[in-house]
Design a protein around this ligand. Sequence first.
Ligand code: NAD
Ligand code: WQD
Length: 337
Amino acid sequence: MRVLVTGGAGYIGSHTVVELLASGHELVILDNLANSSPLAVEAVRRITKRDVPLVRGDVTDGDCLDTVFGGADFDAVIHFAALKAVGESVADPLRYFRNNVAGTATLLDRMAAHDVKAIVFSSSAAVYGDPASVPIAEDEPTRPASPYARSKAMAEDLLRDLHAADSAWRISVLRYFNAVGAHPSGHLGEDPMGTPPNLLPYVAQVAMGQRDCVPVFGDDYATADGTGVRDYLHVCDLARGHLLALEYLAAGPRFALHNLGTGRGSSVYDVIHAFERACGRALPTRIVGRRPGDVVVSIADPRRANADLDWQPVHDLDDCCRDMWRWCQAHPNGFGG
Ligand code: NAD
Ligand code: WQD
């Protein structure tokens, strides 16, 4: 297939591009590089030994999209491009709705105009908010608790309404749980800008000696060790899910919704201990207060993706930490060196 990958220079996008190129698909990446580096695309070329064009452009820019869609016949779009910092979305909700919701609407509008009616959309477990119970299945009610999460829920609604209006659309919504890890080559990984808001990138920076200790956001939750529990998923398993979603869409028009998660939960201390095994040393921690807005436990019920997409994650948390540590050692300053 010829596929346009928006946000393909980003963390999950770049790993997915590797997976798709390895399977013989023809790709174009569209990214405004707001949260990524062109060196990620260089790394993709190095890993795959294939060229992939990077168009520097914005999904909110209809003219730019017209140029891209006018330049080649695309079979499908994988739409990763979004802003994803929950705290930032609380401070500047309009930026999130403009980029993530209006950006998706503009993209769909231009896709329709160019008769490209197949899309895989990056949604998030964040749309579930604080779940009534775990594991979380797709038919659980959504209760997004931040502007970021609401921007994803709104984009899902757009896609659902579009399919209701025109059943020729092929739509796959993937709700990712916590993406972690790096490409096993050590050439590609997550390169957060500034202080990492997420646990594993922070732990990695402590392991590299760039930060003193890991702040543990609360140890008094009703969990086995008192810390928050999440479903951490290797980014390469997640990437493969997109390949399978594209194949699923090739079977016919549909609106499909799938969780991508392992079905296993790990606490903050489970993560820190797994990283200690990977880097071979003890990592200092400090218990600080709970982070406002955090859910206690978030674990996927991945059975629908297992059944429909034949998708099974093959990596565990130790694999995630090992691959992440390899990437960090090779690139202590991310793509900057
Ligand atoms: P990322 O920030 O690394 O990648 C997003 C990419 O999109 C970046 O390269 C950025 O420059 C680009 N981008 C942003 N706005 C754009 C725009 N208007 N036009 C063009 N490009 C734009 O983030 P990621 O972790 O790779 O996440 C990819 C997608 O998956 C996002 O939609 C995110 O919301 C979603 N998601 C991520 C996680 C996670 O754990 N990382 C979990 C659930 C959902
Ligand atoms: C994991 C656990 C924290 C940092 C976020 C987004 C979500 C999704 C994935 C995109 C929690 C604890 C964290 C730290 C800590 N992204 N923690 N010390 O909150 O599950 O999800 O990323 O869609 O939308 O909200 O991930 O990695 O921030 O936190 O103790 O320095 O680690 O409290 O229990 P989260 P996270």
